[in-house]
Ligand binder design. Structure first.
Ligand code: SAH
Length: 314
């Protein structure tokens, strides 16, 4: 039986704030009480006989064999478990502890071995989420205890995933970091409906930007982006689509510019809206499209075809 636990659900914000004041033994006891055992193993275990898979496997084992505490920052891909890398699958099969983000598809966790602990430390806009410093502390502590720790993140760990912050915190604590890149949703979700984010006939390149800037931090320069001629791939933008569309148009991007929004890209519940920049906000409101969604703005979005699916192996 799987008893995955959601740290974000059981730890409201006030509790997180006071958490920093706890001494480390109390924190560890509390953390231990919140751990769970993964029991969904074997059936979805990936091919182990190929040379590629076994070399990836070795790399995980090798790092552990050095005895240096190590954390693997692993990209879980956009959703469909078939889009996971072999190395990610191996890291999951080898892990003792998996700290898992909200966006990770449940089916990916079937690769975690029986007996390993899965901690849900998700972050979702508008909901109570696990304190980032707490995640750092748990990773550091478990790695120092000799546990093989996997930090599992949706898409790629270094694309809007705080992977850089986690790498810095781990390295500052003397923990070795292994990165397993993943397929980012900004490429995979458009591809799932036939959009090639670069296409030399339409765009000289692509800009991956956040639609939800950090409080007090710099947001994307929409004026510059509007004039750039690049395909715009916007993460975390649906809640702010009206303001984004307005700023891009104010900066000169035509209202007729093609736009596509992909919700739950590559998952069975994927939904797509094909529209234009001028109509985008109304279209999103009318369909109720919400997070997680990728917005693609630019001529390449004209190719959007909901009938195209990424190839599945089964
Ligand atoms: N590291 C992740 C991005 C995390 S930021 C990656 O590389 O994909 C979270 C945002 O990613 C969401 O708000 C949404 O914009 C996007 N996202 C993640 N998975 C998605 C999916 N399956 N379909 C559409 N958008 C997705």
């Amino acid at each position: 039986m799987t008893r995955d636990l959601h740290l974000n659900a059981v730890r409201p914000r006030a509790a997180q704030a006071s958490r920093a004041a706890l001494d480390s033994s109390a924190e560890l006891a509390s953390f231990t009480a919140l751990t769970s055992t993964a029991s969904l193993a074997s059936s979805a275990t990936p091919t182990s006989s190929t040379a590629l898979a076994s070399s990836a496997h070795e790399s995980v084992r090798d790092a552990a064999a050095t005895d240096r505490p190590t954390v693997w920052l692993v990209g879980a891909g956009p959703g469909d478990p078939d889009l996971l890398t072999l190395r990610a699958a191996r890291a999951l099969a080898d892990a003792d502890v998996v700290l898992c983000d909200d966006l990770v598809d449940r089916r990916v966790l079937e690769l975690v071995r029986d007996g390993a602990r899965v901690l849900h430390v998700g972050k979702r806009g508008g909901r109570a989420s696990t304190d980032q410093a707490f995640i750092h502390r748990v990773m550091i502590r478990e790695a120092r205890r000799g546990q093989r720790v996997v930090r599992l993140k949706g898409g790629d760990p270094f694309v809007f995933g705080r992977g850089g912050e986690e790498r810095d915190a781990l390295q500052a604590a003397g923990i070795a970091v292994e990165v397993v890149p993943g397929l980012t949703s900004g490429i995979a979700a458009p591809a799932a409906i036939g959009i090639s984010v670069t296409d030399r006939r339409h765009a000289a390149g692509v800009a991956f930007v956040t639609g939800h800037a950090r409080k007090g931090g710099p947001g994307p320069d929409w004026q510059v982006l509007a004039r750039s001629g690049l395909t715009l791939v916007i993460y975390m933008g649906v809640a702010h689509c009206g303001a984004i569309a307005r700023q891009l148009q104010d900066a000169g991007l035509a209202a007729t510019t093609a736009a596509a929004i992909i919700e739950n890209g590559t998952r069975p519940d994927q939904r797509v809206v094909r529209t234009t920049l001028g109509k985008m906000a109304r279209a999103i409101a009318a369909t109720g499209i919400g997070s997680p969604a990728i917005m693609v703005i630019g001529d390449v979005a004209r190719a959007a075809d909901a009938a195209i699916r990424v190839t599945r192996s089964a």
